[in-house]
Design a protein around this ligand. Structure first.
Ligand code: NAD
Length: 495
């Protein structure tokens, strides 16, 4: 019988009120059930919000450095559990162990950053227009934060959201993706062990329709932070916006790596392999388009083909494998449908294009790394996010065309250029329509202390990571202190 895991609501580990469960299976071996998790609904969310609202009354008054000290302890616990967390993450969502160790490390880094932020949370002071008057502002917590996360970074993304929320003094209702509930449960265990008080953090497992929408709709949730698809993000934005909730959206991407004729081709090759096929192409920052200067196109494609054929697809726990499975059956079907679309649009598939089902692949959702050349701007495989191991290659005649092709995209998350020409690199930094630009690096590789997010349909202007996220999770309180002992009228008495 598979182990049962629970929600954590109002200081208690408990099953869903419905009494129902859902399975979490290993995408590399679907016979392995990792656990059963509560199939929760609106009533569970209501309980969690009530608890979070009560707990907020106390938590908001805990000095921020003390809140930070708890997060420091939690970071230390995560260091101890890093290997176990990474192994479980590989079992539940598939990416190879080096990457799940990296995902966990990003969580640890975020803990230590947030812990120190408890001693900062800087704000501004400014001179007053009048004598004997002091003007200052400071950051105050907002209330209950509703956090909804995807499965592809099961530790890093929940940490990006929950830790700034907590250090700023908010309480949290957290709904993780139903493909990665175990990693999320471990995060909550660690927070509790480190000393986060009951009710301050609540985790409610279940589907987006039942649990996610109940969080978005709940009138006592003050802010929503969502990472996921643009389609769901737009629904959330309109519903939460109607209630004037603060909303942060981190959505889809269709990121491009540009390789110029003066670029270091070996370096660019390493970059695109990591960017396109790391996490089996299931990163919001994955390299999904490769824009090649015509002078190096054919040579680079030869190099790429050889390298892709050398990738080893298999169970991410085995060290010889470089690419893990796709997360689930639905995602394999999506990938296959885009491959079929690419073929029917007339692109030239030079490798991959099929599910792997032989030998060690027989019981998992494995897909052969796939490359299309001859892709043009009108094609759907050029325009739409696939979220799988599929790379579309576009040939351009010069740098200006590379920039135009790069920007012909509804998304704008990450971008990359390989060139030795500093002027071209600077123009790319200026003109690529993207929240992130890498020079001589792949489209992936965020660091937790730098802002992360995108333009266009990738989001709504907020950033995770770095310093801006602390502004999202707090309000500004402006204070005027008049010690003149008389009425001083702004804009009137000083002129
Ligand atoms: P998804 O939109 O299907 O689900 C994300 C989360 O939202 C899950 O927890 C899901 O249960 C929940 N959800 C689903 N429907 C909902 C609804 N109607 N109301 C409230 N919640 C709902 O996305 P996914 O498949 O888990 O993740 C893949 C997507 O996430 C890709 O588009 C990817 O680009 C994007 N992503 C973006 C970033 C970023 O930072 N920009 C990072 C990672 C993933």
């Amino acid at each position: 019988m598979a182990e049962k895991y629970l929600n954590y609501i109002a200081g208690e580990w408990r099953p869903a009120i419905s009494g129902e469960w859902f399975e979490n299976r290993n995408p590399a071996n679907w016979d392995e059930i990792i656990g059963l998790f509560p199939k929760s609904g609106k009533q569970d969310v209501d309980l969690a919000v009530k608890a979070a609202r009560e707990a907020f009354k106390v938590w908001r008054l805990v000095p921020a450095p003390e809140r930070g000290a708890i997060l420091k302890r939690a970071g230390d616990i995560m260091v101890e559990r890093k290997e176990e967390i990474a192994r479980n993450m590989t079992r539940e969502m598939g990416k190879v162990l080096t990457e799940t160790l990296g995902d966990t490390q990003e969580g640890i880094d975020t803990f230590y950053y947030a812990a120190v932020e408890g001693r900062r949370l800087f704000s501004h002071t400014a001179p007053s227009e009048m004598p004997c008057k002091m003007n200052l502002s400071f950051r105050i917590p907002i209330g209950v934060a509703g956090l909804i996360t995807p499965w592809n970074f099961p530790m890093a993304i929940p940490c990006w959201k929950s830790l700034p929320a907590l250090v700023c003094g908010n309480s949290v209702v957290f709904k993780p993706a139903s493909d990665t509930p175990l990693t999320a449960t471990t995060l909550v265990e660690i927070l509790l062990e480190a000393g986060i008080p009951p009710g301050v953090i609540n985790i409610v497992h279940g589907g987006g329709g039942a649990v996610g929408t109940s969080i978005v709709d709940h009138p006592d949730i003050n802010l929503i932070s969502f990472t996921g698809s643009s389609m769901v993000g737009k629904q959330i934005n309109s519903k939460a916006g109607a209630q004037l909730k603060r909303v942060s959206l981190e959505l889809g991407g269709k990121n491009a790596q540009v390789v110029m004729d003066d670029g270091d081709l070996d370096l660019a090759l390493e970059g695109v392999l990591w960017g396109a096929f790391g996490t089996t192409g299931q990163r919001c920052t994955a390299t999904s388009r490769l824009i090649l200067h015509e002078a190096i196109h054919d040579k680079f494609i030869d190099m790429l083909l050889k390298a892709v054929e050398g990738l080893k697809v298999g169970d991410g726990l085995k060290p010889e494998n470089t690419v893990g499975p796709v997360v689930n059956k639905g995602q394999v079907e999506t990938v296959q449908s885009y491959v079929d679309i690419g073929k029917s649009e007339g692109a030239n598939m030079i490798c991959g294009g099929h599910q792997l089902t032989d030998g060690d692949h027989a019981k998992g959702w494995f897909y052969a790394p796939t490359v299309f050349t001859g892709v043009t701007q009108g094609m759907r495989i050029f325009k739409e996010e696939i979220f799988g191991p599929v790379l579309s290659v576009i040939k351009v005649k010069d740098f200006d065309e590379a920039v135009r092709v790069h920007n012909d995209c509804i998304y704008g998350l990450s971008s990359s250029i390989y060139t030795r020409d500093v002027n071209k690199a600077m123009v790319a930094i200026r003109d690529f329509e993207a929240g992130i630009t890498y020079v001589n690096g792949p489209t992936i590789g965020a660091e937790c202390h730098m802002p992360f997010g995108g333009v266009k349909e990738t989001g709504n202007g907020h950033r995770e990571g770095g310093w801006p996220v602390y502004e999202f999770y707090s309000e500004i309180k402006t204070v005027y202190i008049d010690y003149s002992g008389k009425l001083q009228r702004a804009q009137i008495d000083n002129y």
